[in-house]
Design a protein around this ligand. Structure first.
Ligand SMILES: C[S@@+](CC[C@H](N)C(=O)[O-])C[C@H]1O[C@@H](n2cnc3c(N)ncnc32)[C@H](O)[C@@H]1O
Length: 244
């Protein structure tokens, strides 16, 4: 399947932890709201994580699937705190390897991480209780197929909770309804715009140092920091929840 060959972040994940400058940028911009210990790659905050926890309402023993898990930290913290089981899926092998290591550090060594994605989960029908996805759905070309797969793997009553950006031509809520979901929340993430723009400004300001620290992982980040700000104000970052 084409999506499992999506690997633009492979070099980034290999070098992410070697960049004190990138870590400092996030610390400066988000302060205490940055969950640094989870090593996120994206814009998730502690405020977002608290909202995800509410919307997921995980019970002990339930299976949470984190799609586009990257290094896995956000899903690990939510599953660990709820006593739930966790499967993380990402098309990038260096991310999956990093997630296996980080889950041990974060105290959830039994978490599983596999290569996979939105339309390549490898899971059976109605096999999970909840799906989380943090800042990953925007990368998926065929969102209709992605939502159909989420509807297939979630059990009746299962919850889907995700954050993503919504350009004007796209209506995630409408697509979810078409896929059989009931949308239970759609809200802009707390103070997302000013802080995301500030991250990009500082990334461009520190471009030379980031090139040194991230090596082949730098170009994808620098390109995003250069190209995204122009359209960002018209592309809100939403937290969306739906149930079957
Ligand atoms: C911005 S990162 C977010 C990672 C992680 N959720 C976090 O918050 O730290 C987006 C992730 O989506 C993954 N991705 C790309 N295409 C995907 C797809 N079709 N299905 C699932 N994940 C995908 C990327 O490899 C990347 O790890």
């Amino acid at each position: 399947m084409s999506e499992v060959t999506e690997d633009r972040y492979a070099d980034f994940y290999t070098r992410q932890l070697a960049s004190p400058t990138l870590a400092r940028i996030y610390r400066e911009v988000y302060g205490d709201d940055h969950p640094e210990e989870l090593r996120p790659f994206g814009f998730v905050t502690r405020t977002d994580l608290a909202r995800f926890a509410d919307l997921l309402s995980l019970r002990p023993g339930e299976l949470l699937v984190d799609v586009g898990c990257g290094r896995g930290g956000p899903g690990v913290s939510l599953a660990r705190d709820a006593g739930a089981r966790l499967l993380g899926l990402d098309p990038v092998e260096s991310a999956v390897r990093g997630a296996r290591e980080l889950s041990v550090t974060l105290g959830l060594p039994e978490a599983r991480f596999e290569i996979g994605g939105f339309t390549a989960t490898g899971l059976g029908d109605a096999s999970c209780d909840a799906v989380l996805s943090v800042d990953a759905l925007w990368m998926v070309w065929n969102k209709r197929a992605a939502f159909a797969e989420m509807a297939r793997i979630l059990r009746p009553g299962g919850r889907l909770v995700f954050s993503t950006w919504e350009p004007g031509y796209l209506d995630h809520a409408k697509m979810l309804v078409r896929a059989g979901f009931t949308v239970t929340a759609k809200e802009e993430a707390h103070r997302w715009l000013e802080r995301q723009l500030e991250v990009y400004r500082l990334v461009l300001q520190e471009a030379d140092t980031l090139r040194e620290e991230l090596g082949p992982g730098a170009p994808v980040l620098l390109a995003e920091a250069k190209d995204t700000p122009a359209t960002l104000p018209d592309t809100p970052r939403y937290i969306i929840a739906a149930t079957l």
